[in-house]
Design a protein around this ligand. Structure first.
Ligand code: PXG
Ligand code: PLP
Length: 446
């Protein structure tokens, strides 16, 4: 190979590096020392400086079935050469209907009406709009308030950051929607617990107080991630989601599960709803839906919520929901989605997460207990996180440094807040988990 192929900057000029305003990135640090990926195959990336990098986050929680899957590539290629784009407003194409039905078959019983979006953030804002509109259609226009949870991540659009509970994602942007927040489910009693903590269901009772404070007649919906992802992998305490479900039903509040990370296998079940045994009224989806190959999100709604809109929609030619995106149900995304769901099923990948990846990861990651700086370890399914004690005054520094050492050792992991996060490919083998955890131990020691 010639020199250019090993250029860590992949031949990019400084002007090109400067031109790209990178999302959720320390742009100044990155552009001094870029980390550039040029190829992906299976569970590995290949970096511009010629190294093979284990994909310890499945892309961005997107690519559990592995990269460069021939079945998905071929399905997308076939679709692009047959029908590259089709409008989704007032016209349709077959893949959209086929994928909607297929998604329904992965959802809890009854959530089988599917609205397509282009991302998780769009799915969240769509679900919040459906919730408000549904109450209004039923004559309860005052039910507009939204309840999220501290440390929740619901994307970056205005609805999503209003219900989101990560302060840095909200602070710069001024006035938001009327929202309030439940406490987050991390409890000091639960540090180093494996899987779901037994203790903490009572935290859901806080919803009762918010209902007292605001009056249920003003509240449209509660939105939570069944297992909080970006905020640091927080599996729900046993009974917590059940309790939230009871209180939402009691007070006539819609329950939305944001399953952008947990949908389609990450928690060893089709959904977090299935993994934790609680059925919400709306589910937001994205990421693993197309294995990350083409951007796409979706909202799965209870059938009778859809039916309400149909019944109250006026004349048949009228729009029942004035909402949608240019790229809703993009044909290439639908093709990628159908091929991805086929792969998850035919290769038993979701079952493999439950039976194989989850127990191996749990055992391995908890072996890091006792390492310097590690103040908590959490895991569920093919996801795990370590919380690191902060350098005084610089809470974000240690995770960054650990992730950079991991990159140097050939591992891509996520760092965010005071945590290091892992989201393993569904096909990860025992040796790969051991290698990853050894590298983490080494990086922490350094
Ligand atoms: N809801 C949840 C629960 C998410 O995890 C979104 C909504 C927004 O999706 P989009 O497609 O608009 O990004 C997400 C996205 C990370 C990471 O490293 C997580 C997300 C996005 C980017 C990075 O943990 N989650
Ligand atoms: N802004 C303008 C000027 C537009 O015309 C459109 C869509 O037609 C949008 C924003 C929304 O774009 P999208 O449908 O991709 O969300």
């Amino acid at each position: 190979m010639n020199q250019a192929e090993f250029d860590p900057r992949a031949g990019l000029t400084q002007a090109q590096l400067d031109a790209y305003w990178m999302p959720f990135t320390g742009n100044r640090q990155f552009k001094k020392d870029p980390r550039i990926m040029v190829r992906a195959e299976g569970k590995y990336y290949f970096s511009a400086d010629g190294r093979r990098i284990f994909d310890g986050l499945s892309g961005l929680w997107t690519s559990g079935a592995g990269h460069a899957r021939v079945q998905i590539i071929e399905a997308v290629n076939r679709q692009l050469s047959t029908l590259d784009y089709a409008p989704s407003f007032q016209f349709g194409h077959p893949g959209a209907f086929q994928l909607a039905e297929r998604i329904g078959s992965f959802m809890p019983e009854g959530l089988d009406r599917v609205f397509f979006t282009g991302s998780g953030s769009e799915s969240v804002d769509t679900a919040l709009k459906i919730a408000r509109a549904w109450w209004r259609q039923r004559g309860m226009a005052h039910k507009t308030r939204l309840i999220g949870r501290v440390k929740g991540y619901h994307g970056v659009n205005f609805g999503g950051i209003s219900v989101g509970g990560l302060a840095p994602n909200r602070g710069l942007y001024g006035g938001l929607l009327e929202a309030d927040h439940l406490r987050h489910t991390g409890l000091p009693e639960n540090t180093f617990v494996r899987g779901q903590p037994e203790y903490g269901a009572h935290l859901a009772d806080e919803l009762e107080q918010l209902v007292q404070l605001h009056d249920a007649a003003t509240i449209a919906a509660v939105i939570v991630e069944p297992m909080a992802g970006s905020g640091g992998v927080w599996p729900p305490p046993a009974g917590y989601l059940q309790r939230l479900r009871e209180l939402c039903s009691k007070h006539d509040i819609l329950l939305i599960f944001d399953e952008v990370i947990t949908g389609f296998g990450r928690v060893g079940a089709n959904t977090g709803a299935a993994a934790f045994g609680v059925t919400p009224d709306l589910i937001t989806l994205a990421k693993q839906l197309t294995n990350g190959v083409i951007p796409m999100g979706a909202v799965a709604a209870r059938r009778d919520i859809y039916d309400t809109f149909m019944e109250r929609g006026g004349p048949e030619y009228a729009l029942e929901l004035p909402h949608g995106y240019t790229y809703s149900a993009h044909p290439a995304a639908c093709a990628a989605g159908l091929a991805t769901l086929d792969l998850l099923e035919s290769e038993g990948l979701i079952e493999r997460v439950r039976s194989t990846v989850a127990p191996l990861l749990e055992e391995a990651v908890h072996s890091l207990r006792g390492q310097a700086m590690v103040s908590d370890i959490r895991n569920f399914g093919a996801a795990a996180a370590l919380t690191l004690e902060a350098v005084p005054g610089e809470p974000l520094r240690r995770p960054f440094e650990v992730a950079m050492r991991m990159w140097d050792k050939g591992y891509y992991v996520r760092y965010g807040g005071d945590t290091i996060q892992l989201g393993l490919p569904f096909t990860t083998e025992a040796e790969e988990i051991d290698g990853l955890v050894d590298a983490l131990a080494g990086s922490l020691a350094a």
